[in-house]
Ligand binder design. Sequence first.
Ligand code: FES
Length: 170
Amino acid sequence: MSRAPLPYSQKILELFRNPKNLGRMEDATVSATAGSPACGDMIAFYLKIDENMIITRASFESYGCAANIATASMLTEMVKGKSLEEAWRISWKDVANEVGGLPAVKLHCGVLAVGALRRAIREFFKERGFKPEWVPDEDTFEEKQALEEEKLAKIISKRLLLREDGETRE
Ligand code: FES
């Protein structure tokens, strides 16, 4: 069965072919790894944060699709020079707009990028033992959709088992 190509914007294709800030950051102040329960793909987000809590650099590694690479790359550009609070307030819709829109079946890929960023910011405060009031106690939608590796592995192995039993198909 052949599949029609997804209607990716020019910007997504451009960033996918030539992503900015791709790669591990050895001297990162904080990092977070997250996986998408929707597709099982993973992403890591790295932030370099100065003493005024301004993000001076951001980078990412993605084992996801073109939409994930493009949105993560865009996000690393969007957060540069921003305060942690400003970066926190970037929603997956903002990122989707910046890349010229995402096909409906690829919205979760942008959500995953923002979820990983927010988890990194949350981790930054956790390591320092305090939390500003703009970080809610409850995980946000984006964070919930960006699961920790262990949680993701559990979901995926459950799905594989179900498939082996022939009970379900995705
Ligand atoms: Fe998994 Fe896009 S399909 S990140």
